[in-house]
Ligand binder design. Sequence first.
Ligand code: GFB
Length: 313
Amino acid sequence: MDKQAKVYVAGHRGLVGSALVRKLEERGFANIVTATSKQLDLRDNAAVANFFRSNRPDYVYVAAAKVGGILANDTYPAEFLYDNLMIEANLIHEAYRSGVEKLLFLGSTCIYPKLAPQPLKEEYLLTGALEPTNEWYAVAKITGIKLCQAYRRQYGCRFIAAMPTNLYGPGDNFDLNRSHVLPALIRKFHDARLSGAPTVTVWGTGSPRREFLHSDDCADACLFLMGEYDNEGIINIGVGKDIPIRELAMLVGEAVGYRGDIVFDTSKPDGTPRKLVDVGKLTALGWTASIPLADGIRQAYRWFLQHPPGDAS
Ligand code: GFB
């Protein structure tokens, strides 16, 4: 990728989008285009068309999405389906119409069947029923993949789709009703340490396994793929290792310095029992993750301490 190329990062205020901007700047890209949701409603086709006409980006990263943890996905099915369908359809269609050189669409590992064999190979897409708590989001993300593949087949667009595993990092959402498990646990253990609470409640049984990828690693993989990958097939981004939620809770408790007990609220959903991606395809191309989970958690906790929830600065 030419450092002078115009690169549009859609969703630059999100977890991956902000990491992408940091990484692009670090690598010397000087022509990065962004727009806040106030400036550009990505669900509005006319506005997106106008944005592409005026800005003419060469490369596009589709990191914009309506996202959330297991409870938010389950509570707002219409928003997770409609917003994500509109955002990706508008971005992909207008990228085609304005002749974008290359586009990378970010999906999610919840596109795989709930009970697919582990680790999840790219070829398992659309081979079984989805996890009900996030099927709305998954259907939208599968549609995004199919849009990339369809525009490639019919119009020859160099559009690729990457599936990152569960993400965390600086700038994460720490709102307990909407967040993913890792930022939720940071906040719960932190609050419990400050208040001296004897227990911290973790949702579900603690036995589901998840794989966690730092957003800086994810951004690094996205830049790598933009340069090295140009194929219709989807490609996983992960670390190739997962842990039970119970162990994650212990790691977060340690990083935060909490000394009380952990209890499990089994009235809350577990979701998919396991979601470990097969990273063979990405590793064969020459990329591997570099941030160990324990280091990443400590770093995310430092970020949280510097940006307390409710602090607008
Ligand atoms: O991260 P999470 O919300 O999403 O939950 P998913 C992962 C696991 O952690 C589930 C448990 O088994 C939760 O029950 N968990 C324990 C908690 N305590 C908590 C807590 O305080 N907050 C949360 N949020 N979870 C999402 C999908 O699935 O993953 C999305 O809903 C997306 O569509 C995303 O794909 C990456 O991994 O279950």
